[in-house]
Design a protein around this ligand. Structure first.
Ligand code: FPP
Length: 237
């Protein structure tokens, strides 16, 4: 069975550019083109939810010119791909502290989110200015406020009610995480949601991730045995 929700850490843009003696931003430009192709691939393969780690909390610490380049790319992506998202009936959502984004990106992001909000052919999440720990702290604060207001009793807090305060409140957890460039880290991505996610970390750098690589990832996923903490016998019965 194909995964219902795929999360992707598109890693290796910088190394790809370095191998060619080019600037890091040229790696991100190529990486953005691959993001576009992957979205269409996922739609054609019938994957209902795709989540990209586009910009982490920690990425704000990168050199200013790289941050500026990534923000420009994001803005250009949102403007140039809006028509594609509408044509393909893909709903765009953002996960993260988007109020930290420069206004020229935030405006385009909000416009695209609004324009696509009624679509249901696929959900595309961009985690931007996102950190897994800060998402969990944010949920804890929301619940604490609800307790203070008398709307929730502390003893009634459950995993299920906690999850409702995450950015992904109404979405199933990712079945598969693809992190390119061979790195075996989660890097503060969807910490709560990845409890039982299958991790696949091919050596390919993100700018070289293509249809074959995507199909390979799905094949690896199909061959994985997922037991969610049960024994083989329990899970198969
Ligand atoms: C990791 O490569 C990539 C990023 C930090 C940014 C990801 C951004 C894109 C793919 C482009 C913009 C995204 C969208 C959704 C339009 P790296 O720079 O850490 O590479 P390195 O580890 O080789 O240095």
């Amino acid at each position: 069975m194909n995964p219902k929700h795929i999360a992707i850490i598109p890693d290796g843009n910088g190394r790809w550019a370095k191998q060619r003696g080019e600037s890091r931003i040229s790696g991100h430009i190529r990486g953005t083109a691959v993001v576009k192709d992957t979205i269409i691939q996922a739609k054609q393969l019938g994957i209902p939810i795709l989540t990209f780690y586009a910009f982490s909390d920690e990425n704000w610490k990168r050199p200013q010119d790289e941050i500026q380049g990534l923000m420009m790319l994001l803005k250009e992506y949102l403007i140039s791909e809006r028509a594609t998202l509408v044509r393909e009936k893909i709903q765009l959502r953002a996960l993260g502290e988007i109020s930290k984004l420069p206004p020229f990106v935030l405006e385009e992001l909000q416009k695209t989110i609004e324009m696509t909000s009624s679509f249901n052919q696929m959900i595309l999440n961009f985690a931007i200015s996102y950190g897994g720990r800060s998402e969990i702290v944010r949920a804890a604060k929301l619940l604490a406020k609800a307790c203070m207001a008398g709307d929730v009793k502390p003893d009634d807090i459950s995993e299920k009610s906690f999850q409702k305060h995450l950015y992904t409140a109404d979405l199933p957890d990712p079945d598969l995480l693809i992190r390119t460039s061979g790195e075996m880290r989660i890097s503060n991505f969807l910490l709560w949601q990845m409890s039982y996610t299958e991790i696949y970390a091919p050596e390919v750098l993100w700018p070289d991730f293509n249809t074959n690589e995507f199909l390979k990832a799905l094949e690896v996923f199909r061959l994985r045995k997922r037991r969610f903490g049960l024994t083989d016998e329990q899970y198969e019965s």
